[in-house]
Ligand binder design. Structure first.
Ligand code: RB5
Length: 143
């Protein structure tokens, strides 16, 4: 299950992400927003972050205009490892090394073609499980 959340800056791109998920029968919960009306991204970061931190959803995808505000907000929630990725290498590396559980994107930064490729890599790359990465993630959780 994938938890989705965006503000008005991510609304257009989120529609593309939803199409990607539906075409592949990947289940999701969409916490909104559901229009281009101006809204506050921390609200959606909190809803998606809580869902993921509680283990109700394996992954989350958060989109605001830049991806910055919404990832900062989500990372305030213990257990959330939100990674802002605008390239394929980072999307792969953050799964392999950080076991990131939320992908953040900037709807005003990347085109939908690249964004969907990033989503695809993020959702399909397993954590490496290597000891040094697990150790570092545990250190993050203790901060
Ligand atoms: C909204 O205008 C914009 O500030 C927001 O989408 C995001 O980019 C914040 O980091």
């Amino acid at each position: 299950m994938v938890a989705l959340g965006c503000d008005h800056g991510g609304y257009e791109l989120m529609k593309e992400v939803i199409s990607y998920l539906e075409e592949r029968n990947i289940p999701y919960i969409n916490f909104g927003t559901d229009s281009e009306a101006s809204c506050d991204y921390p609200v959606f970061a909190k809803q998606v972050g809580t869902e993921v931190a509680k283990g109700k959803c394996e992954f989350g995808i958060l989109i605001c205009g830049t991806g910055i505000g919404i990832s900062i907000a989500a990372n305030k929630i213990k257990g959330v490892r939100a990674a802002l990725c605008h390239d394929c290498f980072s999307a792969q590396a953050t799964r392999l090394h950080n076991n990131a559980n939320i992908l953040a994107l900037g709807g005003r930064v990347v085109g939908s073609g690249l964004a969907i490729k990033i989503v695809d890599i993020f959702l399909n790359t397993p954590f490496s499980g290597e000891e040094r990465h697990s150790r570092r993630i545990a250190q993050i959780e203790e901060l």
